[in-house]
Write a protein that binds this ligand. Structure first.
Ligand SMILES: O=P(O)(O)OC[C@@H](O)[C@@H](O)c1c[nH]c2ccccc12
Length: 271
């Protein structure tokens, strides 16, 4: 890396910092709506632990219209893609609800949940217990919490809110230190993100290095980001993953459902 690149990447605020600033400003303007009863939650943990036979791991398949690292994806009908994922064997669907950076909306979560019967994860940059509760009211069976971006006290409050709302919480970390913070705060489901959300650089070795040290203490381990092949899934399984979270490599395909079937090793009838 040249001195200029090193200088400019240090000088520029990281992507995660930029998004979290926006999210923390948004929450102030967030007006509570009338609360509706939480619909019967679907069992996210059970879905990830019941690995269908013959598959290396359970897959949480993600829908998003764009991303800061990947640009725009060719599919805009996230409901159709979610249906195709379910038909191809996804154990759960991850729905990006952030608008500015991922082209999503809460309406996508509601529409996807109505269209599939597997559990649905709300993927966003949540900053408060109130948003966790509200996610459940909109039908999220699980929420993502990003340990690297939250204080310990926030993480605890949000985990409490998730338990009260009967919403599963997948706590994501990019480093071993943040994964330890997640466990200390009481997280049972831990995701290791191969992508550094500050620099957007992805190293699929990250989860493989960090997961073995967490295996005995996490109920569910998920390897996240940058996964493309059956080999990647087998490596994740061998490092202790129960599930993987995959978006981009499926969304780049003309047929994301077929791409998922291939990833699960089901490329048509076996001889
Ligand atoms: O599209 P990919 O590289 O397969 O990655 C999916 C998912 O892991 C990624 O979208 C993600 C992981 N953690 C996040 C936090 C916020 C936004 C997005 C993410």
């Amino acid at each position: 890396m040249s001195w200029w690149n090193r200088f400019s990447s240090q000088a520029a605020p990281g992507t995660l910092d930029r998004i979290m600033k926006r999210k923390r400003a948004e929450i102030e303007a967030f007006t509570p709506t009338a609360t509706s009863p939480n619909p019967a939650p679907r069992d996210f943990v059970g879905a990830l632990l019941q690995r269908p036979s013959g598959r290396p791991v359970s897959v949480i398949a993600e829908v998003k219209r764009k991303s800061p690292s990947g640009g725009a994806f060719p599919h805009t009908d996230v409901v159709a893609v979610a249906r195709a994922y379910e038909a191809a064997g996804a154990s759960a669907i991850s729905v990006l609800t952030d608008g500015p950076d991922f082209g999503g909306a809460m309406g996508d979560l509601v529409a996807v949940r109505a269209a599939v019967s597997v559990p649905v994860l709300r993927k966003d940059f949540l900053v408060s217990a109130y948003e966790v509760e509200r996610s459940g009211q909109f039908g999220a069976d699980a929420v993502l919490l990003i340990a690297d971006a939250l204080e310990d006290s926030e993480l605890r409050e949000m985990l409490d809110a998730a338990r009260e709302s009967r919403v599963a919480a997948l706590v994501e970390a990019h480093t071993e230190a943040h994964a330890e913070r997640a466990l200390a705060a009481g997280a049972e489901l831990v995701g290791i993100n191969n992508r550094d959300l500050a620099t957007l650089k992805t190293d699929v070795g990250t989860a493989l290095r960090v997961m073995p040290g967490l295996r005995s203490r996490a109920r569910v381990l998920v390897a996240e980001s940058g996964l493309k092949s059956v080999t990647d899934l087998i490596a994740a399984r061998e490092a202790g993953a129960d599930a993987v979270l995959v978006g981009e490599s499926l969304l780049r395909d003309a047929e994301p459902g077929r791409a998922l079937a291939r990833l699960l090793g089901e490329d048509g009838p076996q001889p």
